[in-house]
Ligand binder design. Sequence first.
Ligand code: SAH
Length: 385
Amino acid sequence: MSSDPIINGNSTISPRSSVPSSTQPMKQRIDLMGLDRGESEALVSAWGLKPFHGRNLFKWIHKHTVLDFDAMSDLSKAVRGRLQREAQITIPRAVAEEPSADGTIKWVLQLADGQRVETVFIPEEGRSTLCVSSQVGCALECRFCATARQGFNRNLSSSEIIGQLWYAKHRLGRTPTNIVMMGMGEPLANFEAVVRAMNVMQDDFAYMLAKQRVTLSTSGIVPNIQRLAKVSDVSLAVSLHAPDNALRDQLVPINRKYPLEQLIPACRAYLRGEKRRRITWEYVMLDNVNDSDRHAKALIRLLEGTPSKVNLIPFNPFPNSGFASSPKERIDAFRMRLIRSGLVATTRKTRGDEIAAACGQLIGRVQDRSRRHISISVDGLARAR
Ligand code: SAH
């Protein structure tokens, strides 16, 4: 554990010269961390000030990771005074930092209400990836995923999502080159907050990440893939894991609601609008479940005509999962079969497994798991039943 005050300190930075609590107005402070650039400008405009102050404020927080309003030297006194009185910048608090021998770092972040989520930093040759969570737990019940076993409590706010990147940048002194929305949760079941946070990731006045460098991974919530196509240009990864409905119904039960004959066309349509290159299909390799030559053939047929990259993921074990990873030879044979058919296919390197930071191993600490049974409505909001 480091002695960094932000690692050990409060999750909210209060302005230095804030009004004593007894005289503080009852109005809740606005959390600037969760605002995109437009909202930041709108906030300042609503105060009768020029919008560019809002842009500068946004830049201070995300580009310079500065939280002290007094240090934001190009903001007018009037703006700073108003911010001191009415705003705050909430950052997640790391309660654990677990480095792995391969350089991967897992942070366990505690949120204001005591819930915990996990964020993973994965350095590689010439690039680095931050794996960001979108929900406390997950409401979907993919059979091979440890997060699913945790149940679901709530969506993360846009502040809590972008706060993970803010935190990593602050802690590491640099911005990761790539972001994958592949941590805890189903990002398309928390649509608005995730899109807002991804906009901040891509903003030139914030983290400046190009569209190919921000990837959203979904289990396949079809209406929200269609919605995403209209408002975002990020790369799309889809957790496929099976080449036919019968098997996918078992492994990724959301398939019963949005079967392959809806999922595949929605993904193809996603590629059409913007000049997006291809869909990444994630395929977890489960011993004797989905890894035979027959499955490879069916997968090739399924993806015919869709610009694709298949990312094979060796299954990462967790207690009582009931699954084992396919042996390396079978994964290689499966990959070669795909490659021979003309598909781009890679095997994902397992990173951070000894700190339980690998795909499907993130568990955080989900309080009140009873909200597991939820319905995902078309607008993407997860609601407790
Ligand atoms: N809910 C989103 C985001 C999670 S991304 C989604 O389903 O896409 C995490 C990826 O790891 C998903 O493809 C998920 O299916 C996969 N995964 C889950 N558990 C795993 C495990 N135990 N081993 C390997 N991959 C796993």
